[in-house]
Design a protein around this ligand. Structure first.
Ligand SMILES: NC(=O)c1ccc[n+]([C@@H]2O[C@H](COP(=O)([O-])OP(=O)(O)OC[C@H]3O[C@@H](n4cnc5c(N)ncnc54)[C@H](OP(=O)(O)O)[C@@H]3O)[C@@H](O)[C@H]2O)c1
Length: 338
């Protein structure tokens, strides 16, 4: 199918590369508010989306959305107003960018992802790169179905040009998002928000590895991963927004509410293990801290242990909570090395 239609009244066309939890929610909400959206998906998910549309579960109910779906760039005639919204996990970014690098002359690219590597990868291939700090609890556990349980806002999506600043395109995208159930503050220093989010995401591997078995993970492990990460960012002179400021910004605008469908038992890394995808994002979350620490010659034992064990779990397609006693002991021992 070639998608080349125009939609009166819409300024931009959003091509969502990776229509999973985050991409499906952002794409679905933009589509629902009348914006022009194309979802890029693959495999069983693409088939379900084509047959039944996107089923987006929100606290106010189920939204059945007939969003156009494509396999890749050969199915979409490029337009000047295209915005490529990158919403794959970081380990899939290089491949996705390579596939889409020939799309049009200069599409805007938005990295709607965690970690801080995606923008660097995107800027190698595209001039107009925007970073998004994604506060959007969401899940994708079965083909065709995406759930986002927060209300009254579905999420808060700080947006700015990469590496810094903001322009008219940033503001137009933010205005569309603000009209679609999100807050989308435009920030000159968006990467300081993304580094703050990175610190919060250092606990993703803890959730994924421990699951809810035995009362869930020891709180100390995620706390120490975050503290170790903050110390490494400080040592590297990288600014990040403080946790208190980030919490103030969220206030009570994003409360978890019940939604239909499978329960969200954990974040995006937990979901990777639940779906048995064979890969996990830890090299770009805990691994970002490990990389910086190695460059600086300082230790980061907690993040190293989490990264190593998470990769092992993904490779062996183990489920959250499948830790052996030895692995659990080794993770807890990393706390004493710190
Ligand atoms: N989930 C959350 O609550 C949350 C919240 C904030 C930020 N984030 C961040 O948002 C980013 C996306 O996470 P997510 O949880 O939305 O991931 P996800 O649910 O796994 O969605 C990613 C989707 O991209 C697809 N994909 C991968 N490579 C592709 C390619 N080359 N072409 C087309 N589709 C491709 C995957 O395909 P398959 O269907 O084959 O797997 C999957 O459907 C990550 O950086 C994550 O850390 C997630």
């Amino acid at each position: 199918m070639i998608v080349g239609f125009t939609n009166e009244g819409s300024c931009m066309r959003y091509i969502i590369i990776g229509a999973g939890a985050v991409g499906g929610t952002i794409g679905g909400r933009l589509f629902d508010s009348g914006r022009e959206v194309v979802l890029v998906a693959r495999g069983a998910h693409a088939q379900a989306l084509r047959e039944r549309g996107l089923r987006l579960e929100l606290p106010d109910g189920t939204h059945e959305l007939p969003v156009p779906v494509v396999d890749g760039p050969d199915d979409v005639t490029a337009r000047d107003d295209d915005v490529l919204v990158l919403a794959v996990k970081t380990q899939d970014t290089a491949d996705a960018l390579a596939r889409w690098s020939g799309h049009g002359d200069r599409p805007a690219v938005v990295c709607a992802q965690n970690g801080v590597e995606n923008e660097r990868l995107a800027l190698r291939r595209f001039r107009d790169v925007h970073a998004m700090c994604v506060w959007l609890p969401s899940s994708y556990l079965e083909p065709g179905v995406v759930a986002a349980p927060c209300a009254p806002l579905t999420g808060i999506l700080h947006l700015g040009r990469y590496p810094s600043g903001a322009d008219d395109t940033t503001r137009r995208i933010a205005a569309d998002l603000a009209d679609s159930g999100f807050a989308a503050p435009v920030r000159d220093d968006v990467m300081a928000w993304k580094y703050a989010k990175l610190l919060a995401n250092l606990g993703n591997a803890v959730d994924a590895l421990f699951g809810s078995v035995g009362g869930g993970p020891p709180a100390e492990l995620a706390e120490r991963a975050g503290a170790e990460g903050a110390a490494v960012l400080d040592a590297a002179g990288i600014p990040f927004v403080g946790a208190a400021e980030a919490a103030r910004e969220r206030g009570d605008r994003m409360r978890i509410r019940p939604v239909n469908g499978p329960a969200r038992g954990g974040g995006s890394s937990w979901q990777s293990l639940m779906r048995g995808t064979g890969s996990i994002e830890s090299d770009y979350l805990n691994g970002e801290i490990v990389l910086l620490a190695r460059r600086l010659g300082v230790p980061a034992p907690v993040n190293e242990a989490l990264q190593r064990t998470a990769n092992l779990f993904a490779r062996e397609r183990r489920r959250p909570g499948d830790l052996t006693a030895g692995e659990r002991a080794a993770l807890l021992a990393s706390l004493r090395e710190a």
